[in-house]
Design a protein around this ligand. Structure first.
Ligand code: BES
Ligand code: ZN
Ligand code: ZN
Length: 497
């Protein structure tokens, strides 16, 4: 779809989205001047007093030479308006447009302006979230006769002419960020039987060609040579060959150390020999959501032409039970030399990340961030509105928390304290892949990874199990949310330690 700056003169067929706060006078509303005198007096009569209440929306057909559709969106109290609300409201009006079968709309960015936020950023947030809200994963469904309810174009304007250029920039960035978040959602939503490690590698190459970053793929033979026995152990039970995917985007000064993003890439997590109970396996094709967010974000960073150097790493592996699976009790020598004693074959993500993180050392990174749907415990701790952030360094944690807040991929910091670090002591190997009890599951996952990240100047682990799936109140289609794609783009453009 297109995000076009400038509202067309002949706009009667495009509905106007009008954001209204509680007790806002319609006469002073930024959109009011878009109507002629008769239409204005109609609006003064027709817009109800409580139209600005949260969760309200009203469709009006303004009479005139042609009926002009207007959708009034209640934004609640003006003093409570925030970037967080802007995200949700931008998605909400898309659902109304789709339900009413409109494919275009016009809006004034002024209506939705958040205090302390530039017009550019406001425009970017609106465009990002319109993109995210229009998305549905329907490629495997028969197209209905009337076609899918989707948007073709949104036309925007701003009252202050000096803000036009900044708004256009914001819209362009938002269209890319939202579009790439949706691309990550499609990678994740594609069923495990189709999105195998091989296809994920192929799709990454295609994304690199489309967006402008380079991709290298290692098969199992090359991984064996590199000593990646931890990744290979998880892959043993599957008939699908594991793929080690390395992406690079370099537009920064040569002297700058890169950012490295590492994504968990389990294309299907059955649990392995510790087979998951049937209802716990339903969404496990989404277990490569971290990897998908890294791939999507590299595409966005490249399309935006950011002046930076970013490496993306995804170990794409399927975790299956078979006569060749890795077993509970197995002791694996990881690429680092540390031996991993397998307690649970279902704690496979961290085993693959051990080698992926170790491999990242060769890039001499300034910051490594790994993104993983690592633990069910993360969902229990946080529900569905924040991902868990772990980092030993306070400065790194606060920089990332800020990126989370600004991007809409919210983070909540959890402890990575030594006090917790006793449950992973190996009996026959150096480290257990999971503790013997279920307490502090998300923290233990992070503590396991910490051993393989010890040489990095800065490292953070983000558990996105909690935000992997869409829930009703975030106004996104069922399935993957594309969690952490927006976050990674924000880190790439603002991380400065
Ligand atoms: N992929 C799962 C975690 C998960 C569960 C993500 C539900 C999203 C939704 C992970 O590989 C896993 O199975 N973790 C185990 C770890 C345990 C065995 C230490 C878990 O959380 O139960
Ligand atoms: Zn698992
Ligand atoms: Zn998993």
């Amino acid at each position: 779809m297109d995000h076009i700056f400038g509202i067309p003169k002949e706009r009667a067929q495009h509905p106007i989205i009008m954001g209204v706060f509680e007790s806002q006078t319609i006469r002073k509303h930024p959109c009011f001047r878009l109507f002629d005198a008769d239409e204005q007096s109609f609006l003064l009569r027709a817009v109800k007093k409580d139209a600005g209440r949260t969760d309200q929306h009203t469709w009006l057909l303004v009479p005139g030479q042609r009926l002009k559709p207007v959708c009034i969106i209640g934004l609640g109290k003006k003093e409570e308006w925030s970037a967080r609300k802007l995200i949700l409201e931008s998605r909400r009006f898309v659902s109304y447009l789709k339900a009413a079968h409109y494919r275009t709309a016009c809006l004034l960015i002024d209506d939705f302006r958040v205090r302390n936020l530039s017009f550019e950023r406001t425009a970017e947030i609106i465009a990002t979230n319109i993109e995210m809200a229009r998305y549905e994963f329907n490629i495997y469904k028969e197209k209905p006769q009337e076609g899918w309810h989707d948007l073709d174009a949104i036309y925007y304007d701003v009252r202050d002419a000096s803000e036009r250029a900044s708004c256009s920039r914001g819209l362009a960035a938002g269209a890319i960020i939202g579009g790439q978040t949706n691309a990550a959602r499609t990678l994740a939503n594609t069923p495990g039987g189709i999105m195998t490690p091989k296809l994920l590698a192929k799709e990454t190459i295609a994304m690199g060609t489309r967006c402008g970053f380079s991709v290298r793929i290692f098969g199992e033979k090359e991984m064996k040579k590199l000593g990646m026995d931890a990744i290979l152990a998880v892959s043993k039970g599957s008939r699908e060959e594991a793929q080690f995917i390395v992406m690079e985007y370099q537009r920064g000064p040569k002297s700058h150390k890169p950012l490295v993003f590492v994504g968990k890439g389990i294309t299907f997590d059955s649990g392995g020999l510790h087979l998951k109970p049937s209802n716990a396996m339903d969404d496990m094709h989404l277990d490569m959501s971290g990897g998908a967010s890294v791939i999507g974000a590299l595409g966005a960073i490249a399309r935006m032409g950011l002046k930076t150097h970013v490496i993306g790493i995804v170990a794409a592996v399927e975790n299956m039970p078979s006569g060749e699976s890795y077993r509970p009790g197995d002791i694996i020598t990881s690429m680092s030399g540390t031996t991993i004693e397998v307690v649970s074959t279902d704690a496979e993500g961290r085993v693959t990340l051990a080698d992926a993180l170790w491999y990242a050392k060769r890039f001499n990174p300034k910051l490594v961030v790994d993104i993983a749907t690592l633990t069910g415990a993360c969902i229990i701790a946080l529900g569905h509105h924040a991902s868990a952030l772990f980092s030993q360094q306070d400065a790194v944690a606060s920089a990332l928390l800020k990126c989370g807040e600004e991007s809409g991929d919210y983070l909540w910091r959890m402890p990575l304290w030594e006090e917790y670090d006793c449950g992973l002591k190996g009996t026959f190997g150096d480290v257990l892949n999971a503790p013997k009890n279920r307490e502090a599951g998300a923290i233990n996952g992070a503590l396991f990874l910490k051993r393989f990240a010890k040489d990095f100047p800065a490292w953070a682990h983000i558990d996105i199990a909690s935000t992997m799936l869409s829930v009703n109140d975030i106004h996104l289609a069922k399935g993957a949310t594309g969690s952490a794609t927006r976050l990674l783009v924000e880190i790439a453009r603002s991380y400065n330690l």
